[in-house]
Write a protein that binds this ligand. Structure first.
Ligand code: HEM
Length: 173
């Protein structure tokens, strides 16, 4: 997966939990404590998973808590700065989520080896969306954490009901 995901996690841990914890997480994952990550370089998926698991152990939080913190930070701190062009058009959380399939396809179009997640939708009504997540990586907790982050970014109350492993019903407002 692209290094940008790991850079976001690194920024989040360093700012909210301190540099020492980030170093401990890297060492626990079998990586050098002064590792430099490049946004466009590939990091093997199992290395990223090791880092995420070590984050949970070191910070003593569950995978969903880590994923929620990641989703909130990605949507409210990291991506608006790094990918500001994608934050101009959509006015609501629902519009933004409906754009995520196209955004991931477009963003990774020119990046070699990128395997973006795919999303399909059932647009039920103004306040209800069914969203399905399709990826060989099965990072459902991160997907859910990101949906919550979208709600926070647009300052909307959203409710997420799991319909199956990779399908949720999202209610807005
Ligand atoms: C402007 C906002 C966003 C940008 C710029 C963005 C960009 C990216 C990029 C570059 C990757 C790595 C892809 C790869 O290495 O193959 C990624 C992965 C991912 N994104 Fe986003 N993303 C955004 C918002 C979201 C949102 C809101 C969701 C969920 C609703 C989401 C779900 C995911 C998931 C689950 C992955 C992990 C890869 C996988 O599951 O296969 N992203 N994203």
């Amino acid at each position: 997966m692209k290094g940008t995901i790991a850079i976001c996690l690194q920024d989040l841990v360093k700012t909210k939990f301190g540099e020492d914890n980030w170093e401990t997480i890297l060492v626990k994952s079998g990586l050098p404590k002064d590792l430099v990550i490049y946004a466009h370089h590939d990091i093997e998926d199992d290395v990223i998973m090791k880092v995420i698991n070590s984050t949970c152990e070191v910070l003593n939080i569950t995978l969903q808590q880590a994923a929620d913190a990641f989703g909130e930070y990605w949507m409210n701190n990291y991506a608006p700065k790094k990918y500001f062009a994608f934050f101009t058009g959509d006015k609501t959380a629902k519009e933004f989520l409906l754009n995520m399939d196209k955004l991931h396809a477009k963003l990774t179009d020119k990046i070699e080896n990128a395997k973006p997640p795919k999303f399909t939708y059932d647009d039920i009504d103004k306040n209800t969306l069914i969203m399905t997540y399709i990826s060989s990586r099965n990072l459902e907790p991160i997907w859910i954490g990101l949906i919550k982050g979208v709600g926070k970014y647009f300052k909307e109350n959203i409710n997420i009901e799991k319909l199956s492993e990779n399908k949720v019903k999202i209610t807005f407002g």
